[in-house]
Design a protein around this ligand. Sequence first.
Ligand SMILES: [Zn+2]
Length: 621
Amino acid sequence: MIKRLGLSVFLIALVGFFSFTNAQKDRWQQKVKYEMDVTMDVDANTYQGKQKLHYINNSPDTLFRAFYHLYYNAFQPNSMMDVRSRTIADPDRRVGDRIQNLSPEEIGILKVNSLKMEGQDAKFVHEETILEVDLPRPILPGETVVFDMDFEGQVPLQVRRAGRDNAEGIRYSMSQWYPKMAAYDVRGWHANPYIGREFYGNFGEFDVKITIDKNYTLGGTGYLQNANEIGHGYEDEGVTVPSPNGETLTWHFYAPDVHDFMWAADPKFTHDKYQMDNGPMVHLLYVKNEKTEENWGELMDYTVNAIKFMSDNFGKYPYDQFSVIQGGDGGMEYPMSTLVTGHRNLRSLVGVTVHELIHSWYYGVLGFNESSEPWLDEGFTTWGTNVVMDAVFDKNENFIQDGNYRSYFRLASAGYEEPLTTHGDHYNLNSAYGPGTYSKGAVFVEQLTYVMGKQNFDRAMLRLWDEYKFKHPNGNDVIRVMEKISGLELDWYYDYFIASTKTIDYGVKNVEAAGANSTKIALERIGLMPMPLDVVVTYQDGSQETIYMPLVIMRGEKPEEEGMPKRVKTQKWPWTSLSTDVTIDRPISDIKSVEIDPSQRLADINRANNKFEVSVEMEKK
Ligand SMILES: [Zn+2]
């Protein structure tokens, strides 16, 4: 999603179903296959559904219980989300006390009426946003079982992400709308109540039939299977769509290799589509008026260019469809699609679309856990947003990640920073979550280019994609890929920068003559986090050289980087030393200045002491 903080907008805010043969031996993941049939009452804003879930227990564990998410029950007065939203010290303005004030017709409801496993009744209780299920018999390791469920729901008046009748009048933003089996992985069940933060689910297939008033146009996750009967702009060219018998249409969608299913609907949607060469069909669904017509008209080209850029640089988009749909309350990512608000200036509209699109790579396909490791998903996405926006829109010359560094520096000095290993719902403050997961997360990524070298980083990003798509890599997996490509040991980088709030501050303490033809540079580590240093010496004639100081614990060196001054010396720095001297074989009279990391990729919280200018007086000493 896109994060808003104060006044600044953070745009700043087929592997087949059964075949995972090349997975590492010690890894497993559960599989799900949903078949759902729902009927929507657009007058009452309620729906009835049947769900058949094929659940494949690939874990080595015997399961005695199971848990389903019932997200819509969060939108009821005194729910955990309501209480949390009213009692946190810095409430999210999108929620505030709005849940408390919902009337019975405006609340969200998701209720399970019956549940069977393999034909046997399962006992269950509704614990607000989680259905707790005692299985009629255990599910053994390797076993596939089928659950059959009847459920019903009421769509909440839109408060957060999902809902009906959003601020721009879009009728249905149907995310988090169905009973969804909680993820089970090496850390066990993830039956997190819905408090506000984001999502994690097991990969699988969705086969979904939605019966709704024939005037509504739908979009979302999944390929429409009966496009030539439905029409609404989905029909093949030249096809005459038969007019429906009766007042409803049944839309049949199928989605492979996804971990969630979102749909949206409005009777006034305009539907534009464009088939990319060697890429997906891109759909735009929006209500055309004076606030949308011009900018949404331009959005298609930018979306296509962004998909192409991402596919060329970070791994090929694996689905045949991507849809940008007006809806929701800002911007939120879903498989094959996004919901974004549409009344925006062009840069804002393109920025939010690009951000949510990039989530398709990290949340969507790699399947980062947005709940327990939100920094991974928002960090890579926020970093990528700046890279892609620069390529397709801004074409800037400046350091494009500068805003993320400044946001992180403010957080680091604010006194309430929390380790990024914190679960998304459990940050003390929204203002620690946003700049932490988005900005510091993006700094983690950019700073990796500094630690391992940009060329290695670019290769590692493609390796990450090839090795882990559809497999839910975690922070350690990301670090391991970076290690394998760079040959460096990098666990310390994760331990300090993600699992702690220790900060980086190095300084050039002094530069002095060490003899007629040599100069001593005194460097100090002031911050608690050790990092490798690029120390650039600028001479009086304007030429520059780099002294490279890797940490001993890296057990290696990054290669020389393009665009950096020539490396003339490498000197390892044991992290236990708070200061060290470097001697260079040039008289001090040749030296103009000495600077730590002119590239500004090192997240040094005090850059004032990073550059030492050699004065004329010092040369005379
Ligand atoms: Zn996001």
